[in-house]
Design a protein around this ligand. Structure first.
Ligand code: HEM
Length: 122
């Protein structure tokens, strides 16, 4: 059960960043996004969150005591905020939002893999 959940979580992680990058490219190219591309990220991100919470619950990982999970959740909020800034605003604001959202994603990814917000396996 746990390995299947973890693999699903990682799949949703990959889909989340791919959809975000794709939507940003479409925006830059001034192309309109279809209805599916508007709904799919919400469905995927809900599943990403649900699998993450389930993993933490099953493995009894408390974000208050395990700093890597706590920082993942905090930076996730920034990922969402900067992602909205990238996709909903125009010009420099949109580009800054894109760079910061991608940076947040990379931070979350490395924190998850190393279990350390400083990316060092101590
Ligand atoms: C953009 C958001 C997220 C990304 C990029 C991400 C990324 C990852 C990755 C790559 C792993 C596998 C790490 C490994 O190699 O062992 C992982 C595992 C995990 N994630 Fe996430 N995650 C995200 C959101 C969340 C959220 C919101 C939660 C909880 C509320 C969460 C909880 C967990 C837990 C508990 C594990 C399993 C740790 C283990 O068993 O080793 N994740 N995550």
């Amino acid at each position: 059960m746990y390995p299947a959940l973890k693999h699903s979580h990682m799949l949703f992680v990959a889909i989340s960043i791919l959809l975000f990058e794709y939507r940003f490219i479409l925006k830059m190219m001034k192309k309109t996004t279809g209805k599916t591309l508007k709904i799919a990220p919400h469905v995927n991100d809900t599943l990403l969150l649900a699998t993450g919470i389930s993993l933490a619950y099953i493995a009894q990982i408390n974000p208050i005591h395990q700093i890597w999970l706590g920082s993942k959740i905090v930076v996730l909020l920034f990922y969402i905020g900067f992602g909205m800034m990238a996709l909903k605003s125009e010009g420099n604001k949109s580009i800054i939002g894109y760079i910061l959202a991608t940076a947040c994603f990379v931070f979350i990814l490395f924190t998850a893999i190393t279990k350390n917000p400083l990316f060092i396996n101590l």
